[in-house]
Design a protein around this ligand. Structure first.
Ligand code: SAM
Length: 249
């Protein structure tokens, strides 16, 4: 069923007049009929079923049911990846959204070659996050932060007791236990921050800074994964751990 995010609070019995972009999509792309139902997520992240009403000058909907469902992870899951090439970056944004990530914090590291994105490109990234969130029926669109330098990232995680930061580190076997073990050691209340390097990896100076700041190191096995593979594997593992903990609660 099609889902749309609405930037206002909704209630059962309420009525929605869709903005022009959603109206266009409903009429021209989806060719909907009056009476069909859609999912609406309101400004508070609350899900509703709504019945469409086609009018001459627009598309409207009646909110008919508040849905009782869980779609979001119980604790924030933050992905802090170095920017990588556009196509892979956008693929990573889409998949991380499907897996439940709450925020993306792009980071600038020594070996990042990607330029700061233009406003157009940032808008496109936001659309990718929104469409992925709609497609997988999430209640929240992940938030994409402005790019942080490595030092800004380290300052944020140092200041926040409720964050647990993990750097994914290849070829650091002696320092980096398997990610599954590191994740198991994180108390459920802590928001996890998963830090992924660029195509060229982190430099030894950067690894030394992570160690000084007591960021946990974790490995994903003996093979060198592409940055986007490492990002998605680690987000998937952290999300599955949260789902398992939620089931056992
Ligand atoms: N420069 C590195 C090299 O050629 O040896 C490869 C960097 S890798 C393509 C990009 C990022 O993915 C790394 O910085 C790390 O964060 C993550 N990564 C890749 N493979 C990993 C592994 N086996 N364990 C942990 N992290 C990994």
């Amino acid at each position: 069923m099609q889902q749309f995010f609405i930037s206002a609070p909704l209630a059962v019995g309420g009525h929605v007049i869709f903005p022009a972009d959603i109206e266009r999509q409903l009429r021209r792309v989806l060719r909907v009929r009056g009476g069909e139902t859609v999912r609406l997520i309101d400004a508070e992240g609350m899900p509703f079923l709504a019945r469409l009403v086609l009018k001459k000058n627009g598309v409207e909907a009646d909110c008919v049911e508040a849905l009782q469902e869980r779609r979001e992870l119980s604790t924030p899951l933050i992905l802090a990846p170095a920017r990588i090439k556009k196509e892979k970056w956008e693929w990573m944004l889409q998949k991380a959204t499907e897996l439940g990530v709450s925020e993306i914090w792009p980071i600038l590291t020594e070996r990042v070659n990607e330029a700061e994105p233009s406003p157009n490109r940032l808008a496109r990234e936001h659309r990718i996050l929104q469409e992925a969130a709609e497609q997988c029926e999430r209640h929240r669109i992940p938030y994409i932060q402005k790019t942080l330098s490595l030092e800004e990232l380290l300052t944020v995680v140092r200041q926040r007791d409720d964050f647990f930061a993990i750097v994914l580190a290849e070829r650091q076997e002696e320092k980096a236990p398997p990610l599954s073990e590191v994740l198991d050691s994180v108390v459920p209340e802590k928001a996890m921050v998963l830090i992924i390097g660029p195509e060229g990896g982190f430099s030894s100076t950067e690894f030394a800074r992570f160690a000084e700041e007591k960021v946990a190191f974790a490995g994903l096995g003996p093979r060198i994964l592409r940055a986007e593979t490492a990002a998605i594997l680690s987000v998937g593992m952290a999300a599955q751990l949260q789902e398992r903990r939620a089931r056992n609660r």
